[in-house]
Write a protein that binds this ligand. Structure first.
Ligand code: HAM
Length: 443
């Protein structure tokens, strides 16, 4: 195979073979883009309204960053990272999530120093998971992080923000689960209890769990192996071992959610798949997407920045999976894509065709808030009108050689019965606005 022999030039039929997309990595086609833009647009608008600023970070980071932030004994780091050595021999990784990168950016750019930051970013993430509906190897997140705020007020506000986003998008089949993981000290005590419990049932642990028993026993609770479920169900729960401050923090969050009127369920088994969490963790779950049920997840990571070499600063955030939100949004039908043109310009004859581009450019300058689509690539009248119709434009502007010679163009409303009119080319902008205003009145 050419792939295993990178120095060999492809030969013969290999040159014309269709190149397959990478498994688990998808194209988002124009027919689907309406829902993507709806999700991204609503999120961007809401985040801005809540005072969050956009940050953009690299897709590639040093592997060490993810190992340290996410944890060596997590599925993500153990099995799912796209890691490679670059030409200089550095070990780099395609980001499997954004939190580590955002924290690294705050540290690298000297932005901490007791300051607060409310940030969001969006883009592709990469995890070598087994692809299935709702689970991909390249997927997209909108990631939100609030840094420098220790209290439960920000926890509650972030959750309220997500609840508002679901309302804006008309997403109904989601429910909220929350939990507290306590402080690292509380977890240490709990961890000992857990090790004791799992040691007593060593013969029932799968290979992954046996390995994790010494390295990170909490991860066993996150196992996706159905044979482990019963054992995990009966394990001691962290909520019973919370430190007093974490308990207080959690109670305040619960009280805020009740005051706002956001229903939630406390799920003591919710531990999350990444190691950096402390205290609050939460997930928005849906029953509408099969096995891949989390559409938005996050939590507090008060020790993470410290762990990455920055000055100790608390933080909390979440990320939502755009593919999963799009799937929820399109379950009841496709979401209208970007609006079509207002005016479709039909050109016929050699001179008119040649003049078409300049005319369209002039109109785009004169009416910057209107959308003009020029018929490209010729075609007879009938074909051009078919395209005009499909474009959903309200108005066709017709320029033939004969009209051009007389210094006029015809305007034909496409969505109502009123007839065609003529306008001098010099006065087109005014005439178009008048006809479009008339069309809007008739819609
Ligand atoms: P996460 O739970 O790993 O958390 O991912 C967040 C969301 O990304 C999930 O709820 C899900 O909607 C989506 N997601 C995850 N993996 C896939 C996949 N393979 N295919 C499609 N969608 C997926 C994080 O990534 C944390 N960084 C969130 C966070 C931010 N915590 C604090 N700040």
């Amino acid at each position: 195979m050419a792939a295993s022999c990178p120095d060999r030039e492809p030969v013969g039929s290999e040159l014309t073979q269709e190149i397959q997309p990478v498994r688990g990595m998808n194209d988002v086609l124009p027919a689907e883009i309406g829902a993507w833009q709806a999700v991204e647009g609503a999120a961007r608008e809401l985040l801005t309204a809540y005072g969050y600023q956009e940050i953009r970070i690299p897709v590639v980071e040093r592997t060490e960053l993810f190992k340290r932030a996410i944890g060596e004994y997590t599925d993500v780091v153990e099995k799912e990272m796209y890691t490679f050595a670059d030409q200089g021999g550095d070990s780099l990784t395609l980001r499997p999530e954004a939190t580590a990168g955002v924290m690294r950016a705050l540290i690298s750019n000297g932005m901490l120093r007791g300051q607060r930051h409310k940030l969001w970013c969006a883009g592709p993430m990469f995890r070598h998971e087994r692809p299935q509906k709702g689970r991909y190897r390249q997927f997209h997140q909108i990631d939100v992080e609030a840094v420098g705020l220790p209290g439960p007020d920000v926890d509650a506000e972030l959750i309220a923000l997500t609840a508002r986003l679901w309302r804006r998008l008309g997403i109904e089949r989601v429910r909220l689960e929350i939990n507290s993981l306590g402080t690292p000290e509380a977890r240490r005590v709990y961890r000992e209890k857990l090790v004791e419990y799992f040691r007593a049932h060593h013969e029932r642990l799968d290979a992954d769990s046996r390995r994790r028993l010494e390295g990170n026993p909490l991860r066993i609770l996150d196992s996706k192996n159905p044979e482990m479920r019963e054992l995990i169900e009966a394990a001691p729960v962290l909520t019973d071992h919370l430190d007093p401050q974490s308990r207080e923090h959690f109670q305040a969050l619960c009280a805020s959610l009740e005051a706002i009127g956001i229903p939630f369920r406390i799920n003591p088994r919710l531990v999350r798949g990444l190691d950096y969490y402390s205290r609050t963790v939460f997930e928005w779950i849906t029953d509408a997407l099969g096995a891949q049920d989390a559409v938005c997840s996050g939590g507090r990571y008060d020790g993470l920045i410290d762990q990455l070499g920055g000055e100790s600063t608390p933080g909390i955030g979440f990320a939502m999976g755009i593919e999963r939100l799009v799937a929820l949004l399109t379950q009841s039908g496709p979401v209208e894509s970007v609006a079509g043109p207002d005016v479709y310009i039909v050109v016929s004859g050699a001179q008119a065709t040649a003049a078409g581009v300049a005319l369209a450019e002039r109109l785009r300058t004169e009416l910057p808030n209107r959308r003009f689509e020029l018929n490209l690539g010729g075609g007879n009248f009938k074909a051009q009108f078919r395209r005009a119709d499909r474009s959903a434009a309200a108005l066709a502007l017709i320029l033939g050689d004969d009209e051009l010679a007389r210094g006029v163009a015809s305007l034909k409303p496409l969505r109502r019965e009123t007839g065609q009119s003529e306008s001098p080319l010099s006065n087109l902008a005014v005439a178009i606005e008048a006809v479009l205003a008339g069309s809007a009145g008739h819609m």
